[in-house]
Design a binder for this molecule. Sequence first.
Ligand code: SF4
Length: 460
Amino acid sequence: MLLRHTPEKITDRNSLTINPAKTCQPIGAMYAALGIHGCLPHSHGSQGCCAYHRSTLTRHYKEPVMAATSAFTEGSAVFGGQANLIEAFQNIFKIYNPDIIAVHTTCLSETIGDDVGQIVRAAHDDGKIPTGKHVIHCNTPSYVGSHVTGFSNMVKGMVNYFAESSGRRNGRINIIPGWVEPSDMREIRRLVKEMGINPIIFPDTSGVLDAPQTGKHIFYPKGGTTVSDLKNTGDSRFTIALGEVASKAAGEALTAKCQVPCHTLDLPIGLEATDRFIDMISKLACVEVPGSINEERGQLVDVITDMQQYLYGKKVALFGDPDQLISLTEFLISIDMRPTHIVTGTPYKGFEERIRSITKDVVPDINIKNGQCADMFLLHQWIKNDPVDLLIGNTYGKYIARDEDIPLIRFGFPIMDRIGHTYFPSVGYKGALRLLEKILSAFMDRQDRDSKEESFELVM
Ligand code: SF4
């Protein structure tokens, strides 16, 4: 196998990352932009970058991801990409007719120093952007941050360009869902609507990246947050930003621009984080939690109680995005498992402190690495030195799982070799139930596979 030569002996590394636990910023910006209705993402850089971003999203979401590129040549790399970008605006509006073009930069255009904000203003002034159409942008140099910070930057760009305050509140609430699946955004909307509230969720990739097959190719599927709703976010009663890394910056920008109060919560993955999400909305919006949601919660608690003996003390290694890992770790602790090694390549200063505070009573000696050199090579070494019962992370974990013969539950981004993640939620009580079912199935499949003939059981 590819990773068979990973050594057990761990040496200090400060300048080398091997198999990073993250991808590049523009992928996140592109994903966020697809959550606006009628939006065509545009990559301001070379064609190769755009091809990589599109193919990564396409492999994960199993949908054709449309995006344009400034198609830098050697000339643009030397003299800057302004001419390419303005020409691109004209071509894109004429040929593909989107409502919005959402531009993100790449390493190359950032290194050249292209000022995309100024280029967009110049295009407006010169009448290169048709009336009623929009261009927004964000900066996403990939030598800092990760796909999650790219997502955050584009969502903040939506606030910067669109949010307006009319001085009158519209009675709605904003939810910034963070980097989650289209199924999760759909589930968040269902839960909030169940509480009698009509939220503005932005971005919202449900109906875009999980669109049904109709036999016809639809360039701009009917999902996505509308421009009108993005403008209305400035009149909402409050914002719930889910995830410090992916959503907080946009929520705070909205507070600064339109004085809409923002409350940042963990992603509602697992029992306790979902409780906090539901309680916060109930309290701030002054609505009762309906019996239907309490019933879902009760079902989850029932399954946790029934299955506790299969989960107790099981060791697990995790890698992925920080907002997701924080909630997931809390959930695993709540079902009596032991998160033992955790790695995220996305830099987030508060990560280690949060994870340690969640795990301190159960796993005081937990291994955590975040940011620089936080990679899957180190995770593999930790597992070699202190084996675990389960690995949870994206598709790249399959090499470690095979080498070490441990089950892998695919969770996070990207998942390129399985389906279901875009259709079945991981958030809310129903999402927690699904996660629990996957964890239990992994352990029981393993037990069935490994048990001796005399202890092979029909009912486990
Ligand atoms: S890391 Fe930079 S150069 Fe590489 S694909 Fe991403 S934006 Fe392009």
